[in-house]
Design a protein around this ligand. Structure first.
Ligand code: AMP
Length: 294
């Protein structure tokens, strides 16, 4: 009941998610009153981030009063695919440096060392970081007050602009990556630019996170785009040979749905495609909590 009321109290941080989840937990509790109920958070995997990564450079009083910090999201997915990658790599987990790219409608990247997340691209909300289906990702925060002052927009309208009308949709007119790929192939300049901006941001983060990790052992693709689009994967690693990141064209284009390595044999960085399984991750974490509570 304490956890449930905490989730309720924190609704302001996630107005779309927390109230719906509280209602779901209450309904589940009344349908199944005799079993334990466990809440698994998409932020949990990122909780190990060092303070240097999670702290915003704004005054402490404001940060503390409003809970402003980087939380990160997609944690169940980053946790699942990085653990799977770690097993595939073998060797000593403590020294493994892995970057996981969750590329779907919502997209984020995480840097993982020794099984622990050290940084991730989403923040206080799931808006920053990569270019997504309808979300802008990183943008100069001064754009918000500028639009409020100069375009006569309300803060709600700017919020909706950046969350629901931006990203691939704002750049190319569709939030669906397949549409953008085919529009670019058909000669659309907007679609080509959209793909360019999308991949540029991803390469920016791969470089940044390789630096924070002090090197790289594996780069993992997951999510609807990362798992299914060989073209997208090629665009993400263009020019990264200097980091040891390379893709084997045949392995990349092979029709497969299982976890696999797509870098040439002998590469210093294993490039992997690992289908995510957030449901399994939630089940495993639930079983772990229940086991420890006994
Ligand atoms: P998700 O949110 O993880 O379900 O991913 C949705 C995104 O994956 C959409 O932008 C889809 O267009 C994209 N996607 C799914 N399958 C493919 C594919 N075969 N090629 C390119 N993009 C795909």
């Amino acid at each position: 009941s304490e956890v449930l009321s905490d989730i309720d109290t924190l609704s302001a941080l996630a107005p779309l998610h927390n109230p719906a989840n509280v209602a779901g937990i209450r309904a589940a509790q009344s349908a199944l009153p005799d079993i334990p109920h466990v809440a698994v958070f998409d932020t949990a995997f990122h909780h190990a981030m060092p303070q240097e990564a999670s702290t915003y450079a704004i005054p402490a009083a404001v940060r503390h009063e409003y809970g402003l910090r980087k939380y990160g999201f997609h944690g169940s997915s980053h946790s699942y695919v990085s653990r799977t990658a770690s097993t595939m790599l073998g060797g000593d987990i403590a020294s493994q440096r892995i970057i996981t790219l969750h590329l779907g409608n919502g997209s984020s990247v995480a840097a993982i060392r020794g099984g622990q997340c050290i940084d991730t691209s989403m923040g206080f909300t799931p808006l920053p970081g990569l270019v997504m289906g309808t979300r802008s990702g990183d943008i100069d925060p001064a754009v918000v007050p500028y639009l409020v002052r100069n375009a006569g927009m309300t803060s709600e309208e700017v919020d909706s602009l950046l969350n629901s009308e931006s990203g691939l949709l704002g750049l190319a007119g569709s939030s669906d990556f397949r549409d953008v790929l085919s529009a670019a192939e058909a000669g659309s300049k907007e679609a080509s630019l959209a793909l360019g901006v999308w991949a540029w941001r991803i390469r920016h983060y791969i470089g940044a996170y390789a630096a924070l990790l002090g090197g790289l052992d594996a780069l993992v693709f997951t999510g609807g785009i990362g798992e299914n689009s060989a073209d997208a994967r090629v665009r993400c690693v263009e020019g990264l040979e200097f980091l040891g990141v390379e893709i084997d064209n045949h392995l990349n284009r092979r029709d497969a749905s299982l976890s696999r390595i797509i870098s040439p044999s002998g590469s210093s960085v294993a490039v992997m495609v690992i289908p995510t399984n957030e449901e399994l991750e939630i089940a495993l974490q639930t079983a772990d909590v229940v086991r420890r509570a006994r």
